[in-house]
Design a protein around this ligand. Sequence first.
Ligand SMILES: [Zn+2]
Length: 224
Amino acid sequence: MPQSEFLDDIDARLEARGFTPESTLAAVSICRDELTQHLIADVTRRWGPTFALGGLGGIPALGRTGWGACLAHVPDTMDRGRLLVVGATHIGIGPDGSPGHNLRPGQGAPTPTCGALSALEASWGEHPPAGPDESGLADGEAQLLRSLVEDQLDSPPSDLVELTRAATAAVEAEMMAQLDALDRWDVMDVAVVTGVQVHLDGIEDHFLPARAVVRGERGSTAEL
Ligand SMILES: [Zn+2]
């Protein structure tokens, strides 16, 4: 559905659970691609400036230190703080209707979207060495993405759409695992919304929802 329609629907559901812009910090885990900025802008318009969680492919890549800062910014003058986390992969639909590309401003031909997932698809099964890189271009985020997406698939993905679905499952699984590791359920409720941001040619971004839950005391989970 159109991204704004989806976010309106989420807003209404969250409001019923006590999430208001005053009581809530919003955080977004989305790929670094400039096309994803529309999602950040739409969430910001509704909830205020967002904390950036995301690395390549939409994987939350901020680590314990990053999460520490994020959680420290959650409003704390209410009974419980509230954190809204939006985690999404993204995919383009090119001018010819084929998935995995977008024609970007000022360019003569479509380029891959998501570029990180497209690169992962092209190098599936390869495992470059981890750690510092003499070139100065260490690729830690791409390696994290590769590892988490591989965990979701038993065999090589048949195409970018299947890979994007697997990456979306990886974003959700990793988000939940990281929130559980942080274990701040004593002081805050966390809404977790996941899905795929879809960039279409010449019209508003759409959003394909995967899951929306609210997690409360002791990490309890209720569908939103
Ligand atoms: Zn991307």
